[in-house]
Design a protein around this ligand. Structure first.
Ligand code: G
Ligand code: G
Ligand code: MN
Ligand code: NA
Length: 248
């Protein structure tokens, strides 16, 4: 399609940029990690959201190249910030046999340490072929790369998944955070997920934290990490650096 051709060209021209959203400690609010999020502004169409271009990249196979580009840019930007980096990996990338080699190539090229890299996968990466997923997770973890389960609670991923797959973190979906203040059942489920994470020694990040009341409820429930507009929107590297790492 036309937009696919434009995406291919945008990738080659370096028009796919990366924004970084802070992930902070729930007690001190210190920034400990950033999530890399791809951004595209087309000269003809204007801003195109990742909800539009990521599916196009997946269908066309361009997601492999896009993923490599985002990872490289992000490693270079985050390297000197001395915090961790979280990168989204779509199910298409996760099924790609070259994934581990591609990632190791970028880590070597950029000098970014595997121990600071966290890959965010979704349950879609786990369900289709769980044996393949398990060996992919093992291969990545053997290199010192951590795996987190993104959007937890939105699909079928359950407690069973947390035991079956060797995950390092779970990210509670924004839809829970959104309702935690006004829906008692959501508050109870969220509290139970956080307690389960603690019992399994799995760190939990709450996503989409927008209000101080949400943060207070989540912190009291035992959640140690927050991501959301209350602590920072996704920003390009120079703006994030100025906001969080300026020396003066
Ligand atoms: O940044 P925003 O909330 O608009 O992102 C929308 C969706 O696009 C999210 O589900 C996010 O995980 C996904 N996304 C953003 N950047 C990337 C990327 O670099 N790779 C992959 N695979 N998904 C991304
Ligand atoms: O699917 P994934 O969790 O990767 O998507 C993360 C997306 O959520 C990012 O694109 C980011 O823009 C969005 N996001 C993060 N924090 C907030 C928030 O506090 N409010 C809203 N509305 N969106 C958020
Ligand atoms: Mn994510
Ligand atoms: Na998410």
């Amino acid at each position: 399609s036309e937009i696919e051709a434009e995406l291919r060209q945008a990738l080659r021209q370096g028009d796919i940029k990366v924004a970084y959203q802070p992930i902070v400690r729930s007690d001190s609010h210190a920034i400990i990690c950033v999530e890399a999020l791809a951004r595209w502004t087309s000269p003809t169409r204007g801003v195109i959201g990742p909800d539009v271009f990521i599916p196009i990249a997946e269908q066309s196979g361009l997601i492999i190249e896009l993923g490599q580009h985002v990872l490289r840019e992000a490693c270079l930007a985050v390297k000197d910030w001395n915090i961790d980096l979280a990168v989204n990996i779509s199910p298409i990338q996760f099924r790609h046999p070259g994934l581990v080699a591609d990632i190791l190539f970028v880590l070597k090229e950029t000098g970014f340490s595997a121990s600071r890299l966290e890959l965010e996968i979704t349950e879609g990466s786990l369900i289709e072929n769980s044996a393949v997923a398990q060996s992919m997770i093992s291969a990545l973890r053997e290199e010192g790369i951590r795996i987190s389960l993104d959007d937890f609670g939105t699909g079928y991923a359950s407690i069973g998944y947390l035991r079956k797959f060797q995950l390092d973190k779970i990210k509670i979906d924004k839809s829970f955070t959104d309702r935690i203040e006004r829906d008692r059942e959501t508050a109870m489920i969220t509290t139970a997920i956080i307690a389960l994470g603690s019992a399994l020694n799995l760190p939990i990040t709450a996503e989409g934290v927008e209000t101080a009341d949400q943060a207070a409820m989540l912190r009291i429930a035992g959640c140690r990490q927050f991501q959301g507009w209350l602590f920072g929107k996704p920003l390009f590297a120079d703006a994030l650096e100025a906001a969080f790492f300026s020396k003066t």
